[in-house]
Design a protein around this ligand. Sequence first.
Ligand code: COA
Length: 243
Amino acid sequence: MSAFETIIYEKDGGGVARLTLNRPDKLNALNLTMRDELWSAFEAFRDDPDARVLILRGEGRAFCSGADISEFGTAPSYVEARRARHERDLWDLLLHLPKPVIAALHGYALGAGLEMALLCDLRVASDDALLGLPEVGIGYIPSAGGTQTLPRMIAPGVALEMILTADPIDALGAYRIRLVHLIAPRDQLDAVAGGWARVLAEGDARALSYAKEAIVRGLELSLRDGLALEARLAGEVREGRPA
Ligand code: COA
């Protein structure tokens, strides 16, 4: 169970772990404490053989309204902030979790909130969801991976439009550009994400892990190197290397 201040991490008995962003009075804005707690929870999920699928969701009326803007400019220095990010790359940890991760989005999914979801494998949105990267509009650029993940996920021209205009899109718009895989009525979002998670939790964990690794790591490679990676991982699956 959870001993965190800004998140809730819990597991059911069937291999599904749920991580809930839990600062509802601040629309689950991502602050430094939440970053630290996410790090611990992602590690706990990664290392727990009984946790086979993770659902990332938000408490209250939003999934996550982005980085906590009240903390902007509070890092001791730019160099310090960069060193901290390098030593504890939360987004790299999330992207490379060796098990499926599902984001369940409702209300606002903005800035780092949307970027976090882009580092998950599957995205379900409720029909009231509003997704966007508002950073450029307030003098920043997306910095939780969004400038790299979004154009790899949807058409690069559409990613440019979303980032440069900073205009949010609704759930249907997000579905049309394949930014989310499914839309559910608000009151059924958890059930839909949970149903998907259960199917995956009952799947072949090793095969899922290898397939995810092949895709996530392969996206960073040329086709030739990606095919070599696939051949190597396929061999390891056959030979039974532990996942
Ligand atoms: N950082 C810090 N606090 C935030 C926040 C954020 N990103 N997003 C919302 N909050 C806080 C608000 O300050 C408010 O706190 P308060 O009740 O103590 O004043 C509370 O969450 C509720 O937000 P509020 O603005 O009253 O809700 P709303 O429904 O009127 O508007 C948003 C919702 C998301 C449109 C608006 O909060 C907003 O624009 N937030 C900033 C989004 C953003 O720029 N994110 C990216 C940062 S790079």
